[in-house]
Design a protein around this ligand. Structure first.
Ligand code: SF4
Length: 584
């Protein structure tokens, strides 16, 4: 790396003592680049074995990478923590302005430990950290208001990002999220609850640091090449035009879209909530993360009449994408766009992960239909597929639970199903609720074996669609492909590039870009580093009790038709056993 690069500076913040210090961790950044690579090492260093994820000593780590602030689409911040949702590796990525602000503030990583006695928010600017009283912001129903207050109070210099939690995080819902710049989230695995346990309402971070490059002319050329590919080639066009929501119709067509808790894998009534239809009738504008020329963030306008004047409308922008339409739409039987947007809006306001919430609502609806729970368990609410008003009530009740059942639901579908039954249709993998892909066995092996049990770990669903249908892969060959892809993705999230740009940033391109920042790493060497980072994650997982043989698999996946016809117990278990022989 360049001699004066501030990327190697790690800011350590202690919320209990209201103190902070900066350490130079060139040792970590030279070995693991940044982002997920460095954050995993910091987690291994800072999180004592067996610690309750909500204990004050549990660390929150944010890390960015060498390409952050230098090349287009290097827009992601990696958050690392012990997950209160799974008790395992907690990792979540978000864009917005978060990554560039951390880099411009002069840091490569931030480690937050301890807990405040009263609610606080942090301001990080000009090498200083301030601990601000957030008592008046705690408990506000609409999570966007504290962000507005912080924005108003903290002017800051240079590029600024604001992080905040909602009431779900304050109330320690284990799948609560952290929002940055209104529409981006550290969504999965409960970072919001870790913030809440520390009485940390949010953070404002800003800076205007310069970043040096080796050769300005070559830098300009490479920058232009990446920019042009992102904006003029077909590689990223779909993300801008209709966005990931384009997958709704495609997956429905091949019978890979989870409908009504995956009782079905397609529906005849999805047209109004397809990406194309929402774009045509409701799209208001697109926005982008900082340093991204693609703008894949799609905002629809939700228009709702005020109670006392039917001709006067409240208009709110609501962000939507494939995962939101699946989890809060098809998974719970909502096929009317305004009702879908209303449910998304409430999930956004309380600050929970949409995929987890959607899967829990879907499981709960099936439990209710089968009379395995009663209206009393739901504190009087009656639910049925597609009833968005009932679901909105339930979301609020889960965040402030008044019954034991709702309390159990605030800890995830696996936790609730262990207490109330229905495990065979509780759609979780490694205790993380599923993403919207019933594409075949590679998708499920991807969820089960990925370090954070996320579809983004290894993109198993695309192996089903590209390879498994055409070529007869064995379970072992699928696992080899998953592990290879997951190792490559470790590099992308260590240099902190958006995964949507993986068609541009192959390892050769990453190697070229790093050269201009003073690194001499071939694509082969990068692949080796990626493998090592992946193994380091498994070191943490095993240390904290993860075991391949303990993975629960909901029976439902074997019962519902899929495009490959190959989701069998034999295939899935062969895959798990093979992965165990390689990693354990
Ligand atoms: S493609 Fe989308 S998610 Fe990725 S950096 Fe751009 S706006 Fe952000």
């Amino acid at each position: 790396m360049m001699p004066n690069d501030t990327l190697s500076k790690v800011l350590y913040i202690d919320l209990s003592k209201k103190k902070f210090e900066t350490k130079d961790r060139r040792d970590l950044f030279e070995k693991y680049l940044g982002g997920t690579g460095v954050a995993t090492q910091l987690l291994l260093e800072e999180c004592p074995e067996g610690l309750n994820p909500l204990h004050p000593d549990a660390p929150i780590i944010f890390a960015v990478g060498p390409l952050t602030g230098v090349f287009p689409l290097a827009s992601k911040t990696c958050a690392m923590f012990k997950s209160p949702h799974t008790g395992d590796l907690g990792e979540s990525h978000a864009g917005g302005r978060s990554a560039i602000a951390i880099r411009m503030a002069g840091y490569g990583a931030i480690v937050i430990k301890g807990a405040s006695e009263i609610p606080v928010y942090l301001t990080i600017q000009g090498g200083k950290v301030k601990f601000k009283n957030a008592t008046t912001l705690w408990g506000m129903k609409d999570g966007s208001i504290p962000a507005r207050v912080m924005r108003q109070n903290e002017k800051g210099e240079g590029l600024r990002a604001i992080f905040r939690i909602g009431t779900a995080g304050e109330n320690l819902v284990t799948y609560s999220n952290v929002t940055t710049e209104t529409y981006r989230h550290f969504g999965r695995l409960g970072l919001g609850a870790v913030f809440g346990s520390k009485k940390l309402k949010g953070m404002v971070i800003s800076g205007k640091q310069m970043i040096e490059v080796n050769n300005k002319k070559e830098y300009r050329n490479l920058y232009d090449q990446i920019y042009k590919t992102a904006t003029e080639s077909p590689i990223m066009k779909k993300y801008h035009d209709v966005g990931t929501a384009i997958n709704i119709k495609a997956l429905n067509f091949i019978k890979a879209l989870p409908v009504k808790n995956l009782q079905f894998s397609s529906s005849e009534s999805i047209e109004p909530v397809s990406g194309e239809s929402i774009a045509q009738h409701h799209l208001a504008r697109r926005v982008a993360c900082a340093h991204c020329p693609v703008a894949c963030i799609h905002l629809a306008f939700l228009r709702e009449p005020y109670d006392d004047d039917p001709y006067f409308y409240k208009t709110s922008p609501v962000c939507y994408d494939f995962e939101l339409i699946y989890s809060l739409g098809t998974m719970v039987g909502i096929d009317e766009p305004t009702n879908l947007l209303k449910l998304i809006d409430i999930v956004e306001q309380v600050g929970v992960d949409a995929m987890s919430m959607g899967v829990i609502l879907a499981w709960m609806t099936e439990m209710y239909e089968r009379k395995m729970i009663s209206p009393d368990d739901l504190d009087g609410t009656e639910i049925k597929w597609g009833d968005s008003d009932a679901y909105i009530e339930i979301v609020r009740k889960i965040v402030n639970p008044t019954t034991d059942f709702l309390k159990a639901c605030s800890r995830g579908v696996d936790h609730a199903a262990n207490q109330y039954g229905g495990k065979e249709f509780a759609m979780q993998f490694g205790k993380n609720e599923m993403a919207g892909y019933h594409t075949g066995p590679s998708g499920y092996l991807g969820f089960l074996l990925g370090a954070r049990h996320s579809h983004l770990d290894n993109g198993g669903y695309s192996i089903d669609q590209k390879d498994l249908i055409k070529i007869d892969l064995t379970a072992q060959q699928v696992v080899d492909k998953l592990l290879e892809e997951e190792a490559i993705r470790q590099i992308l999230s260590s240099v902190a590039v958006c995964f949507f740009a993986r068609g541009i940033y192959d390892l050769k391109m990453v190697s070229e870009a790093l050269k201009l920042l003073g690194y001499d790493l071939s694509d082969t060497r990068l692949a080796e580093i990626g493998k090592q980072i992946h193994l380091n994650k498994y070191t943490f997982k095993m240390r904290e009790g993860f075991r391949f043989e303990k993975l629960d698999i909901p029976e439902r996946i074997y019962e519902t038709a899929d495009p490959t016809g190959k989701i069998t117990r034999k295939f899935i278990h062969e895959g798990i056993n093979y992965a165990k022989s390689l990693i354990d």
